[in-house]
Design a protein around this ligand. Sequence first.
Ligand code: HEC
Ligand code: HEC
Length: 292
Amino acid sequence: MIKKILKWTAIVLAGVALVAICTYTYMSVTMKTRMNKLYAFEKETIHIPMDSTSIERGKHLVAIKGCQDCHGSKLEGKVMNDDGAIGRLVAANLTNGKGGLPENYDVSDWVVALRHGVHQNGKPLIFMPSHETTLLSQQDLASLVAYCRQVPDIDNVLPENDLGPVAVVMSYLGKMPLLSVEKIDHNKPMVAVADSTEGPAQGKYLAVSCSGCHRENFKGGEPIAPGFPPVPDITSSGHVGNWTKEQFIATLTSGKTPEGRVLKNEDMPWKMTAQYTRAELSSLYQYLQSIH
Ligand code: HEC
Ligand code: HEC
């Protein structure tokens, strides 16, 4: 009798293990296929102004869009993560040094990366938030490219991306923004120039950078990855609804909230928000306050 029970338990466990292995293999193969899919977008070239105002604007955008958090302070690229669970995630060396962008990487390649989320070779970019950069105005996109294309070359040869099991499962379930190319509305035309006067319209344009974590409706939700804190509501129905504009600006420039909580830069990138101008933070405040 006991033998029989043991035998059946073993069969059931083996069955469960087999189903788990098959499910994982299926997810893994699906993700590999999606990551290797070839896309063909029409080559688009935009005029890249090289005057100092545009380059300064590009530098500011690099700071407030968090490009350096992933690509390194000099855009030299870096290994963002390397562990058994998530795997190895590598942000490209964006300079023309060794290990950087190929010599023939031209303006249209920059545009295709930032607007459509694909490499020069037509394959999807992995974990690059192109679904956010695609919403930049043409003027800002041009300034961004102008700045990036003139940073000094840095030799930094990096290893390849190598997804771990948690990243595979989370991406399969849509809980990790792995393939921005799949999220982008590729037919949406670029806005020529964004509203740059202080106010809710500018705030809405800037808040795209907050939506990746605080969600599209800015009402927050579950942690963005295991091990991170839950993401708070930053509309008028959250704490922010009780803050003055000055308190909001102080929080985003110091990482300390009026309630006395200290935000860790790794959870909430306040060192990035600290680089917004006061007018930009004021616009963000006005926009977020207008959401109920
Ligand atoms: C969340 C991290 C993250 C942020 C923020 C980020 N990137 Fe990336 N980016 C990546 C990763 C990772 C890759 C490499 C993708 C790959 O190899 O498939 C990448 C690739 C790129 C590429 C394509 C390089 C190539 O090989 O074709 C460009 C261009 C780029 N990023 C520019 C930018 C700019 C400009 C910004 C700021 C507006 C930015 N990135 C912000 C993670 C990021
Ligand atoms: C990489 C993810 C990420 C991005 C991008 C991000 N946030 Fe956050 N933010 C968080 C997390 C996580 C917390 C909560 C941290 C904690 O609980 O310690 C937070 C907290 C905050 C808080 C404090 C809220 C409270 O109730 O105390 C404010 C305000 C805030 N974020 C505003 C913004 C704004 C504005 C932007 C865009 C300019 C932004 N965040 C971009 C992840 C992010």
